[in-house]
Design a protein around this ligand. Structure first.
Ligand SMILES: C[S@@+](CC[C@H](N)C(=O)[O-])C[C@H]1O[C@@H](n2cnc3c(N)ncnc32)[C@H](O)[C@@H]1O
Length: 374
């Protein structure tokens, strides 16, 4: 029997960046590099089904002990299976969370994460060890939020597999792993509404992708796309990638300005980005350091940045081509475009798909300034 084909990417040590993902062979634009299922996932809002993350169309089924809800009996019973998320232990912990005063919703999501993480220790110790091996160290000076979360989680009797209890160091390490590795699973895009996060997932292989402000791959998710549970993510190549090259994602929308990117990477991920784009943009004088939101490139529209966006030959903006070709120009989107995968006979696709709004468009529909012709 023939050997199975080699995966297009593998984990490797990258000097100065820990582990990363590299191409094992030449990769074509649009190619699916990885499909990954979460080792754990947790909801970030009260509305979605606790199992499949869909918003229930009709009245939800609610657990009478912990008050979490499911969109169907099927999801409720799948979540209650011995290896899943709504075990007797997690039900007790979720019920206890309702009696605990946590005012801030972000902290509440982190409490949900801690419950999901400790539940993992009880249902799959290999997965829990995998989680513990991800990037993220305990803080030497835990914040008041971490102390509050620790006081909550350590007041729940520990699950099977962690009978010795949960130390502050473990709580702090788990929260760091969440911050540095979780992928936000977003509400479907709507032009008239800011997108919010419906849930988070931690993925065993996708967690090894390092960041680049001009990524060569991007992530697609399909929460509401098909029937059943859709928390898998798919990583596709944005353009051709040669064998041996590191494959990177952007940890936030590509249109963020330099100051915002550096702030997020330093505060949440603990590093200073020295990618090619940052090395150019750190010298820009008109970069708005006060910008605190996802204002993106439009923010820089004054003076000379129009020229930069049009792909003209501006030596200060060598990455203009990336924005023209791979940045979705739909209002409030900020997504990245990747071609659809090649056809089974290897014909490359000329249809680009946005990983945020899902819009499909032919490459020829783009004119020189990145806008659609119609
Ligand atoms: C999701 S993990 C990526 C995998 C990680 N390198 C590892 O060894 O497990 C995110 C962490 O990787 C490191 N990292 C990611 N991108 C980087 C970059 N461009 N330069 C330096 N470190 C980076 C940072 O430590 C960051 O907190």
């Amino acid at each position: 029997m023939a050997d199975p084909p080699k995966p297009p990417v593998e984990v490797a040590e990258i000097p100065g960046r820990g582990r990363g993902i590299i191409a094992t062979r030449d990769i074509k634009a649009g190619e699916v590099l990885l499909r990954d299922s979460p080792i754990l996932s947790y909801t970030a809002a009260s509305a979605p089904c606790y199992y499949c993350f869909r918003i229930p169309a009709t009245a939800a089924i609610t657990c009478s002990s912990c008050w979490i809800s499911f969109c169907s009996i099927g999801c409720a019973s799948l979540a209650a299976s011995s290896s899943s998320s709504h075990t007797p232990w997690s039900c007790r912990a979720l019920a206890h969370l309702r009696t605990f005063t946590i005012a801030d919703t972000d902290i509440l999501f982190q409490a949900n994460f801690l419950i999901a993480a400790l539940n993992l220790a009880a249902v799959s110790s290999p997965s829990f060890l995998r989680l513990m091996s991800l990037q993220g160290l305990p803080s030497e000076n835990p914040s008041p939020e971490t102390l509050n979360l620790h006081s909550f989680i350590s007041s729940v009797p520990p699950p099977k597999g962690l009978e010795c209890g949960v130390s502050l160091e473990m709580t702090s390490a788990l929260l760091a792993k969440d911050k540095q590795n979780a992928f936000g699973l977003m509400e479907p895009f709507r032009e008239d509404k800011e997108r919010s996060v419906r849930g988070y997932g931690i993925y065993p292989t996708a967690s090894f992708f390092n960041h680049d402000c001009l990524p060569n791959a991007c992530r697609f998710d399909y929460l509401d796309g098909l029937d059943g549970k859709n928390t898998d993510i798919i990583i596709r190549a944005i353009h051709d990638i040669p064998q041996g090259r590191e494959v990177c994602l952007s940890y936030f929308p590509v249109n963020w300005v330099y100051a915002d990117r550096q702030r997020r990477l330093s505060e949440d991920y603990g590093f200073v980005c020295k990618c090619d784009r940052c090395e150019v943009e750190k010298n820009w004088k008109d970069d708005d350091d006060d910008a605190g939101e996802e204002e993106g490139m439009e923010e820089e529209d004054g003076d000379d940045s129009d020229e930069r966006m049009d792909g003209s030959d501006d030596g200060d903006f060598p990455h203009a081509y990336f924005f023209v070709r791979y940045l979705c120009d739909r209002e409030n989107c900020g997504g990245t475009l990747a071609p659809l995968p090649a056809s089974p006979d290897g014909m490359p696709s000329d249809v680009m798909e946005c990983n945020v709004c899902g819009r499909l468009r032919k490459e020829e529909d783009l004119d020189g300034d990145g806008a659609e012709d119609n």
